[in-house]
Structure formats: C-alpha cells, structure tokens
Ligand binder design. Structure first.
Ligand code: 5RP
Length: 221
C-alpha cells in the first residue's frame, strides 16, 4: 500500500466516524463542534442534514467553515449547556483516555466537551494506542511561561502560533505513566492553562472508523 492509499484509508475511516456522529444530532439541539480534519467531515455531514440546530465552535477555523456551510454557529457566550459535543482526538487508549490538542485547540475543546451532556469522540482506527505517548499538548499563560516550562521539566514551546486566547502552545515530552496522575500534576502547575489529557469519565461515546464499519465504545459508562 502506498502512503497516499494509507491516507485515503484513514480519511475514509474519519469520514465514516464523522457521518455516524452526525446522525446522533437531532433538531433543536445545541451542538459543540471540535477542531481538525475528522471534524471537517462532521461539518459537511451536519450541514447536509439541514437540521435546525445551534452550534458553538472550538476554534476560529471550525467557526468559519461551519458558517460557510450554512450552520448556525454562535459565540460561546450566553449559552451555558450543550446537548452534545463532537470532536476528534490524537490518541485513544484502551481505558478511553484521550490525548488532544494536535490542532492547538485543546483548552477550548475541553471547555466545550465539559459543557455537553454527551461528548462524542470520532477517530480513525490509527488513533487507537495501547498506551498514550508524548507529546502531550499544553496551553500556558504567556506571563512567566519560561518559569512554567521549567516547573514542567521536559516541555518546550511548540512551533504553533498562539491560541485564540493568546496562550502559548507547548508540548510535554516526559513520561506519561498513569495518565490520571500526570493530568493532576500538569493541572497543579501554576501557569498551565490546560493540558491535552482528557479523562474517560468525560467521554460518552468513542466512534471508531475501522475499515468500512464504525465501532462504538462507551468509556464513561
Ligand atoms: C485539535 C484536536 C483534534 O481533534 C486532533 O488533533 C485530531 O485531529 P484530526 O481529526 O485532524 O486527526 O485535538 O486540537
């Protein structure tokens, strides 16, 4: 198989997972939209359904694309609860821990995920891993971020531009071990706005495109 065949295969799995997730959305819902190439398939699938829904976006890119497709996307102000949020992930471990933030949007993604009654993750099968691996994306407050990096240890600023909230995007390269323990350690360091570890308890469904089928897992149950 060539690289482009591989990419075609992965893209087709992303599209299948995204289309399955779009079917979970019903008229009248408030919907959180994630960020990334898998979510791009979701936006198209949702727009094709022409449902009367209200959306919020986790990044300017998603906001602009969703609007251009005719979806009703609002600022995340004056809305305190979402029915469902749908987003991609960089890694998914067997317990349902996620690494997110490959697109630099994990802080907004975590807020929008936490606001939703149901959080649906859509991935191609290459995102399934036996154990999470570095890097773990970080968003740091710009103020004093060199001191924050020092406290983190094995971490450095990434080559991505600042977040839409002017945060410095960085990556943690140290060992992950127990993701829950690492998540607590990262959260406890002053200056860390948010890290890209998402706990299984947040996740309602993981829809995995695998070949020509979609498999569903429910880690939060
Ligand atoms: C962005 C993310 C994305 O969901 C993650 O990077 C997956 O991206 P893609 O769907 O393009 O593979 O966390 O911050």
């Amino acid at each position: 198989m060539t690289d482009s065949d591989d990419q075609g295969y992965i893209d087709s799995e992303k599209r299948l997972a995204a289309e399955a997730a779009a079917e979970l959305v019903e008229a009248g819902m408030t919907v959180g939209l994630g960020t990334g190439s898998t979510v791009a398939y979701l936006l198209g699938a949702l727009a094709r359904r022409k449902l009367d829904i209200t959306c919020v976006a986790t990044s300017p890119a998603t906001f602009d694309t969703a609007r251009s497709l005719g979806l009703d996307v609002r600022e995340f102000t004056g809305i305190d609860h979402l029915d469902v949020t749908i987003d991609g992930a960089d890694q998914v471990d067997p317990a349902g821990w996620l690494v997110k933030g490959g697109g630099g949007a994990h802080t907004r993604e975590k807020i929008v995920a936490a606001a939703a009654e149901r959080y649906v993750v859509i991935v191609s099968s290459n995102k399934l891993v036996d154990a999470l691996a570095a890097p773990v994306p970080l968003e740091l407050l710009a103020f004093g971020h060199d001191a924050t990096l020092r406290a983190l240890g094995d971490a450095r600023v990434s080559d991505k531009p600042s977040s839409p909230d002017n945060g410095v995007l960085a990556d943690y390269f140290g060992p992950i071990g127990d993701p829950g323990e690492l998540a607590s350690r990262l959260s406890a360091i002053p200056g860390v706005v948010e890290h890209g570890l998402f706990a299984p308890a947040m996740v309602s469904d993981i829809l995995v495109g695998q070949g020509s089928r979609v498999h569903r897992r429910c880690p939060g149950d």
